[in-house]
Design a protein around this ligand. Structure first.
Ligand SMILES: Nc1ncnc2c1ncn2[C@@H]1O[C@H](COP(=O)(O)OP(=O)(O)OP(=O)(O)O)[C@@H](O)[C@H]1O
Ligand code: SF4
Ligand SMILES: [Mg+2]
Length: 317
């Protein structure tokens, strides 16, 4: 059986932030015991509000940040003990596409160089072959090959995001970590890029870790939907059953905020949170939970399997 393309097990990450010119340090717990996996060809969408730890999870999945505790596996290989050769083979297979393509494309490089660079380093030193791959990918992402001679600033936001996708694909990846890939784009372009991501996924048999604060974006692409609250994965639900199952109280609030376009400010004021609360014994959602009971003060519930299609961290659902 194929190993999951990505697995993270019990990941904890704390940042130590210096304030007052370094006189004081405080801790931000960005992730608290997160475990999840992505099978080949699957899209896992991660939802949660600003500061809940989504990008930290993405960086850890990409191997750009090291967790304080827990382990990350690419295709069954722990990143803790990857030898140099395996690392060189596996690293190109896990690529990132970020929110702001402008900051992730070197402004001094023409698009031709942007696309060729990762190919020449990771796939083959043959420039001609690389150029032909770049042309094929431009075609796949819906751009004319004339953009090869342009600089990133000469392209629109949507075109730049298409280039970011093409660049990621230059090295034949299997997993893309997409961190808010459409949030910098206006609604029509957003829809086009989402559609493109769906097509590319099928064509190149990709898996995605899709990070977004938008339920519709996640719902459009994901097979599994994960919800993070204050660094804790509170629910993991398959899309096929998302509409008919009872959800974690925080997921319910997120859903309500999307169902009623006039409600978000009201609902989010209900769940306005202290971004760095002390870790107490109780449930991480305790302060805001409308259905808490006395058990919720004792321990933070861990994610448990409710059905084959849903896992929830809550004592009362
Ligand atoms: N390098 C860092 N140093 C210190 N604190 C950090 C660092 N990176 C993230 N954090 C903190 O960790 C927490 C989680 O941050 P993260 O960027 O993962 O959130 P996010 O869910 O991606 O938010 P957003 O939706 O705004 O992008 C936040 O409180 C953030 O301030
Ligand atoms: S465990 Fe308790 S406080 Fe936490 S989400 Fe469930 S009901 Fe609410
Ligand atoms: Mg983020």
């Amino acid at each position: 059986m194929n190993k999951p393309v990505l697995e993270v097990k019990n990941i904890w990450k704390t940042y130590h932030v210096k304030v007052l010119g370094g006189l004081k340090t405080y801790e931000v717990v960005a992730l608290r015991g997160v475990s999840l996996k992505i099978e080949k060809g699957e899209v896992l969408g991660i939802l949660g509000e600003s500061g809940c730890g989504k990008s930290t999870l993405g960086k850890i999945a990409l191997g750009l940040e090291i967790p304080d505790e827990g382990e990350v596996f690419w295709f069954g290989n722990s990143l803790k003990n990857l030898d140099r050769k395996t690392c060189k083979t596996l690293r190109p297979k896990v690529q990132a596409v970020l929110q702001d393509p402008y900051s992730s494309l070197n402004p001094r490089y023409k698009i031709k160089e942007v696309l060729l660079e990762p190919y020449l380093i990771n796939v083959s030193p043959d420039k001609k072959e690389g150029l032909s791959k770049a042309q094929e990918l431009l075609n796949q992402v819906g751009l004319d090959t004339s953009v090869l001679e342009k600089y990133p600033h000469e392209l629109s936001g949507g075109q730049r995001q298409r280039i970011a996708l093409a660049r990621a694909l230059m090295v034949n990846p299997e997993l893309l970590v997409l961190d808010e890939p459409t949030s910098a784009l206006d609604v029509t372009i957003q829809a086009q890029i989402l559609e493109l991501m769906k097509t590319l996924k099928e064509r190149y048999q990709l898996s995605y870790l899709l990070i977004s604060h938008s339920l519709p974006v996640v719902f459009y692409l994901a097979d599994w939907i994960g919800v993070i609250y204050l660094g804790t994965l509170v629910e993991l639900c398959h899309k096929s059953s998302f509409k008919r199952l009872n959800h974690h109280p925080y997921t319910e609030l997120l859903i309500r905020s999307y169902l009623d376009p006039f409600a978000p400010s009201q609902i989010f004021s209900e769940i306005e949170i202290e971004l760095n609360p002390p870790i107490s014994d109780g449930c991480v959602f305790l302060d805001r939970c409308p259905v808490k009971t006395k058990d919720c003060y004792k321990t933070n519930p861990s994610l448990v399997k409710k059905t084959d299609l849903q896992y929830i961290a809550c004592f009362n659902i």
